[in-house]
Design a protein around this ligand. Structure first.
Ligand SMILES: NC(=O)C1=CN([C@@H]2O[C@H](COP(=O)(O)OP(=O)(O)OC[C@H]3O[C@@H](n4cnc5c(N)ncnc54)[C@H](O)[C@@H]3O)[C@@H](O)[C@H]2O)C=CC1
Ligand SMILES: O=C(O)CCC(=O)C(=O)O
Length: 448
């Protein structure tokens, strides 16, 4: 088995040199899917693994925008349209200086299998720009978004490719992007972007959906192993869209949330978040767009640790919600030693491959991103459904549908997952269940 995996990865790395994040995402998938793949001749005969690791296409373009001093800047823009077997390409846009083709290919690949698990008609894609929104004024963000859409609009559409938010892209940016799309196309096509404002075709709960979904999934995993979230100490990383609503949902489930972080350090709340400290965090991050150091000054019972990650704080549940590869093997050992029982990935690929092995070997229940954080894109699918119906569902309706999606993902994982020492292998379950769904669709289309 190891030699088949190595052989496959050698070929992939030769065909896609200098793309470490893409190699990592494919390895994490192939490592668990290979035995199932080799057991089914319909897949091996169709060379389906080789085919599904090559994106349908990658669009790359220049974005020129003007800053507040009238100086022009040029950034790179991309859209990776990875796989449309399950439906129109669907996945977020990321604005961050680190954005490159390797990162967007890893994200587009992961998105394809995540979206398949939702069972909604969505293919996988991802895009973005190396534009750094930090420190930019609202006007500059608007001009950048308008400039980006001047090219992106040619490549997207409600039945072609439907972008949404990701790191650095929230409701404000989606509003500017949608406004420009509407102007250029002279169509009000709600279903072309998701994460829109509620007054122009957005959905209730989309803002909260990823963070809420992560906690619902963690609770399902705990329950499946005879445990519960209530009373547990929870460490969260990040303090953006996913992290904020993971904190809120975990608090509502009776957990004590003791950390949040950003790229400059982490905030420690030994007695856990209160409604008051949560409201301050939300205001600082969503309205004032300030750093966690400010949060630590304004909220009671908070210490700030510059330049450190939150994983040395003992917790029974870990929710990494910041970015890729934020947890390495050493941190995973610390988590396991400190008694972690369950970890659900809120961010995409926050754990290195070695970190996942350390946690699984220590018997920690591990929820991979493509299952645990699928609530965001699941709710985007519900937004598209509302746009197609020209209706706005109530908060309760959306929340019920979203919980159904998360529960169904948990069931699919359990159906396909091996069990080792009494612990369900959700990583293998999520990968095999989604592989089978995408592979069967691709085979159904013939050799394309
Ligand atoms: N927004 C969504 O609906 C979904 C987002 N995700 C993933 O969740 C993660 C977070 O995304 P959002 O919350 O939407 O973005 P965001 O832009 O709202 O927040 C990102 C957070 O991560 C922190 N961060 C960024 N780079 C970091 C670094 N190098 N080290 C430490 N912290 C860092 C930022 O300070 C911020 O707190 C990403 O991996 C994203 O791909 C996954 C599913 C859906
Ligand atoms: O809502 C969406 O379409 C995309 C969400 C996303 O980017 C993700 O799941 O990583």
């Amino acid at each position: 088995m190891v030699s088949e995996i190595d052989h496959f990865m050698d070929g992939l790395m030769r065909r896609n040199p200098h793309e470490p994040e893409f190699h990592q995402a494919v390895f994490e998938f192939v490592e668990t899917v290979m035995p199932y793949y080799l057991d089914h001749r319909k897949y091996t005969d169709a060379r389906i693994l080789e085919r599904m690791t090559e994106p349908d296409r990658i669009v790359s373009f220049r974005i020129v925008w003007e800053d507040d001093n009238g100086v022009p800047h040029a950034n790179k823009g991309f859209r990776v349209q990875f796989n449309s077997s399950m439906g129109p390409y669907k996945g977020g846009l990321r604005f961050d200086p680190s954005v490159n083709v390797s990162i967007l290919k890893f994200l587009g690949f992961e998105q394809t299998y995540k979206n398949a698990l939702t069972r909604l008609p969505m293919g996988g894609g991802k895009g973005g720009s190396n534009f750094n929104p930090k420190g930019r004024s609202d006007r500059e963000i608007m001009r950048f978004c308008h400039a980006m859409m001047s090219e992106l609009f040619r490549h997207i559409g409600e039945s072609t490719d439907v972008p949404a938010g990701d790191i650095g892209v929230g409701a404000r940016e989606i509003g500017y992007l949608f406004g420009k799309y509407k102007q250029l196309s002279n169509h009000f096509t709600g279903g072309v972007l998701t994460g829109k404002g509620l007054s122009f075709g957005g959905s209730e709960i989309r803002k909260e959906a990823t963070g809420y979904g992560v906690v619902v999934f963690a609770e399902d995993m705990l329950k499946h192993h005879g445990k519960t979230m209530s009373g547990k100490t929870v460490a969260v990383s990040g303090s953006g869209n996913v992290a904020i609503y993971a904190v809120q949902r975990a608090m509502r489930m009776g957990a004590k949330v003791v950390t949040v972080s950003d790229s400059r350090g982490f905030a420690h709340l030994p007695n856990g978040f209160t409604d008051e400290s949560f409201a301050i965090l939300q205001d600082i991050k969503e309205n004032r767009r300030e750093s966690l150091a400010v949060f630590a000054q304004e909220a009671k019972g908070v210490t700030y640790h510059a330049g450190k990650s939150p994983w040395s704080v003992p917790a029974q549940v870990g929710l990494p919600c910041a970015t890729q590869n934020e947890v390495d093997e050493t941190m995973a050992r610390v988590m396991a030693k400190n008694g972690m029982e369950c970890l659900a990935e809120g961010a995409n690929m926050p754990l290195t491959a070695q970190a996942i092995h350390v946690l699984k070997d220590a018997g920690v229940i591990f929820g991979p991103a493509k299952a645990a954080n699928a609530g965001g894109v699941g709710c985007s699918g519900l937004e598209q459904a509302q746009n197609a119906q020209r209706l706005l569902w109530t908060r309760d309706q959306v929340e019920q549908e979203l919980e159904k999606i998360m529960r169904s993902i948990h069931e699919q994982c359990v159906e396909y997952a091996p069990v080792k020492n009494g612990v369900t292998d959700y990583q293998a379950g999520a990968n095999i269940a989604s592989f089978a769904r995408v592979a069967d669709a691709m085979i159904g289309y013939g050799y394309l």
